[in-house]
Ligand binder design. Structure first.
Ligand code: FEO
Length: 401
């Protein structure tokens, strides 16, 4: 696809990556985009961010479509340096020869770290700094850790456009560029998945960014992130979703996440799940050996109650359970209710390990956990069902339903 006019003098000039399926471990079944934006104003022409290294030529083609010679670009604004956006910076600087590169102090240090070019014409900016480009103003707002320490967003008040780098983005390749042209259901699945797998650890910082936007009184008609679609119809919905997720608000839903060696923990998992269903909450069952961890994190984001099941293997957890819980712990979900269960043969430490993971994620336990030697009896399964009911009741109480 070619460059896309977003507003008079403001263009999408990025790249669509239909084929990426692994984004540093994140499974991107629907591809992604690396968005860059070009502002052509009466006095200055500005490029916001660049693209992943392999897409440099696409970026240049799109820039040429709009302004002919890339050297007409006066300024670069680098909102975020992670290589999915910053991978082309060195080649862009060479092609464009910008008069100035606006970025945060951490972005300057980061670019020097990646490209070893202290001689580039960096201009460090802070929250509240402004740049006039002719008829427009660019305001900068630092957003440290949303997504990296270098991150900031840019706002154009005359157009009410927020250029938000990773924030409000999603890995979603589409042939059209706007939210109202995409499949809304797929789009919001990808937005939740992106939040759960990329943004969730930085939820307290997201709250600060949302507060800054409010305090500065920014009117936003359009959000232009560095991944996925441009928001113009559903701005309110995406901002509200970020507010909800960053406050760790969850739905009255129970997830039973487990893996099994010889089916005993699986029998327990089904019984816990049945109990939750009988208590009248929405419940979902995930066996880790056949589940996609990236997709599963989106489920974790939205569920209030989580039951983890693992048999004991060599005094520890089954590797699939250890792997997922380690990944999940790093993403720092909070304000969940938890229950651990599992079978064992002789030592039986799995429940203890799962409870430790719950403690580390500040999850409130609804029970001390339940372990069963070898194969669960009818009574054991009845107990698992009762524990599923208990978790569901606590979830309903906590969610006020
Ligand atoms: Fe899309 Fe943090 O880079």
């Amino acid at each position: 696809m070619g460059a896309v006019k977003i507003k008079d003098g403001f263009y999408w000039v990025g790249a669509v990556d239909w084929n990426v399926r692994d984004f540093h471990g994140y499974t991107t079944h629907r591809g992604s985009t690396y968005n860059a934006y070009l502002l052509v104003d009466s006095e200055k022409t500005v490029l916001f961010d660049t693209v992943k290294a392999g897409f440099f030529e696409t970026l240049m083609t799109h820039i040429r479509e709009v302004i002919g010679d890339p050297e007409k670009i006066d300024y670069l604004v680098i909102n975020h340096i992670e290589p999915d956006h910053g991978g082309s910076i060195a080649r862009v600087v060479e092609a464009v020869k910008p008069e100035k590169i606006f970025c945060t102090r951490n972005a300057r240090l980061g670019m020097i770290g990646y490209f070893h070019r202290e001689d580039w014409p960096f201009v460090e900016v802070k929250t509240g700094d402004e740049l006039k480009t002719g008829t427009r103003t660019i305001k900068f707002i630092e957003t440290p850790m949303v997504h990296w320490p270098d991150s900031m967003v840019s706002y154009i008040p005359e157009d009410k456009i927020l250029i938000s780098q990773d924030a409000f983005g999603e890995h979603y390749a589409t042939s059209t560029r706007f939210d109202d042209e995409a499949n809304f259901c797929e789009l919001f699945q990808e937005v939740a998945k992106y939040y759960a797998n990329i943004v969730l650890p930085f939820s307290p910082q997201v709250q600060k960014v949302l507060k800054a936007i409010k305090d500065l009184g920014l009117e936003i008609e359009m959000i232009c992130p560095d991944h996925g679609v441009i928001w113009r119809r559903h701005v309110k919905e995406i901002v509200e979703a970020y507010d909800r997720w960053s406050r760790y608000e969850a739905k009255p839903r129970v997830l039973v996440i487990y893996d099994t060696m010889w089916a005993s923990t699986e029998m327990m998992a089904w019984a816990v799940y049945e109990g939750a269903v009988k208590e009248g909450v929405e419940a979902e069952l995930f066996k880790l050996s056949v589940s996609d961890e990236t997709e599963l994190m989106a489920e974790v984001l939205e569920a209030k109650g989580i039951a983890f099941g693992s048999p004991t293997l060599n005094n520890g957890l089954l590797p699939t359970v250890a792997g997922f819980t380690t990944y999940m712990k790093g993403l720092r979900p909070r304000k969940k209710l938890g229950l651990a269960f599992g079978s064992y043969g002789w030592s039986g430490e799995a429940v203890k390990h799962l409870n430790k993971i719950f403690e580390e994620t500040k999850t409130e336990l609804v029970h001390e956990g339940f372990k069963v030697k070898y194969r669960p009896t009818k009574e054991d399964l009845a107990k698992c069902e009762e524990l599923g009911r208990l978790l569901a009741r606590k979830v309903k109480e906590a969610c006020g339903v």
